[in-house]
Design a protein around this ligand. Structure first.
Ligand SMILES: Cc1cc2nc3c(=O)[nH]c(=O)nc-3n(C[C@H](O)[C@H](O)[C@H](O)COP(=O)(O)O)c2cc1C
Length: 272
C-alpha cells in the first residue's frame, strides 16, 4: 500500500511563492511546475518541524503529520514588547522558600506543555518529564541526595557539603528547599547526544512559563549532581529504565516576593 504523501498542497490557495521550499531546514521541498513537491529522499530527511506549514501565508500546505486545523494561526501583535520580555527575564528569580500548598496538576501540566515548544536539536523532542507531585516524595529525593552528600563530604574537595548535611539534620531542606513538587526532565540514554542542551532549554522554558502562573522555581543542582554520581540517589528518582536525568527543578507557590532586579556582571562579549 502506498503511504500518504509527506505533505499536500491546496493548489487553489498556493501562490507558488516558494516560501515553504526556502524555509525548509532539510531542503526537501522542490518547486515544481504546479507548486511545491517533495524532493528525493524527503520522507527520510524530513525532521517534522512544521516550518513549511508555519511559514505559508495562504494555509496552502498541510504536512501529513500536522493537520492544519491543529496548528493555530498566530494572532497579530503576538510578540511582547522588548521591555516586557526584558522585565520577565530580569525579574525571574530562583525561589528557595515555598508555601506548603499544592499546585493544581493542571497548572503544572500547562508549564510542561509550554516547554515542549522549546527548540530541540534536529527537532528530536526526546525530553520526557517526571513530576514528583507528592511532597513526601520530594523529601525522599532530598534525603537520598543528603545521604550521598554525607558520604561525599568526607573528601576534602567536598567538605563544603557538611554544612548542607548539618542543615538537614537541623530540620531544614537545603536540597529541595521544602518545595512541594519537583519536575525532572530526562531522556533515553540512546538519544543523549544533544539531549543535555535540549533538557536545559526545555527546563528554562518551563521556568519562564512558571512565572506567568505566579509560580516559583529553582534548579535542583544538588539533585542533578547526586543523580550523576550516586546509584542510590539516581534510583530515588525512579526514572524509566535507560533514561538519564537532564535536569531538575523545584516548583511551587513562592513565599517570597522580589521587588528589585539585582545586578549581574556585564556581558563579556568579543565583537569581531
Ligand atoms: C544548573 C543550576 C543548578 C542550580 N542548583 C541550585 C541548587 O541546587 N540549589 C539552589 O538553591 N539554587 C540552585 N541554582 C540557582 C542559582 O544559585 C541561581 O540561579 C543563581 O544564584 C542566580 O540567582 P537567580 O536565579 O535568582 O538569578 C541552580 C541554578 C542552575 C542554573
Amino acid at each position: 500500500m502506498k503511504s500518504a504523501a509527506l505533505f499536500t498542497i491546496d493548489h487553489e490557495k498556493c501562490s507558488r511563492d516558494g516560501l515553504c521550499a526556502a524555509d525548509c531546514p532539510a531542503g526537501i521541498i522542490a518547486m515544481g511546475a504546479s507548486g511545491p513537491e517533495p524532493a528525493a529522499g524527503a520522507r527520510r530527511l524530513c525532521i517534522n518541524c512544521g516550518h513549511c506549514a508555519a511559514v505559508c501565508p495562504h494555509g496552502a500546505l498541510t504536512l501529513r503529520t500536522m493537520p492544519l486545523e491543529q496548528c493555530p494561526p498566530l494572532p497579530d501583535g503576538w510578540r511582547l514588547t522588548p521591555a516586557q520580555v526584558e522585565t520577565l527575564l530580569k525579574g525571574r528569580r530562583s525561589v528557595r522558600s515555598y508555601r506548603q500548598e499544592a499546585v493544581p496538576r493542571g497548572v503544572l501540566a500547562k508549564v510542561i506543555d509550554a516547554a515542549r515548544f522549546a527548540p530541540t536539536a534536529g527537532n528530536a523532542q526526546a525530553v520526557h518529564w517526571t513530576v514528583i507531585y507528592d511532597p513526601d516524595g520530594v523529601r525522599r529525593v532530598a534525603g537520598a541526595v543528603i545521604d550521598w552528600l554525607r558520604e561525599a563530604s568526607q573528601t576534602p574537595a567536598m567538605a563544603w557539603a557538611q554544612a548542607l548535611v548539618g542543615a538537614w539534620e537541623n530540620g531544614r531542606d537545603p536540597v529541595c528547599r521544602s518545595a512541594p513538587h519537583l519536575i525532572l526532565a530526562h531522556a533515553p540514554e540512546a538519544q543523549a547526544q544533544m539531549a543535555a542542551a535540549d533538557g536545559a532549554i526545555a527546563l528554562t522554558f518551563a521556568e519562564l512559563a512558571a512565572v506567568s502562573h505566579r509560580l516559583g522555581t529553582c534548579w535542583a543542582g544538588f539533585v542533578m549532581m547526586a543523580a550523576a554520581r550516586s546509584a542510590a540517589a539516581s534510583a530515588a528518582l525512579n526514572l524509566p529504565a535507560g533514561h538519564m536525568l537532564l535536569g531538575g527543578m523545584m516548583i511551587g507557590y513562592p513565599k517570597v516576593e522580589y521587588r528589585r532586579i539585582p545586578l549581574r556582571d556585564e556581558p563579556r562579549v568579543t565583537w569581531r
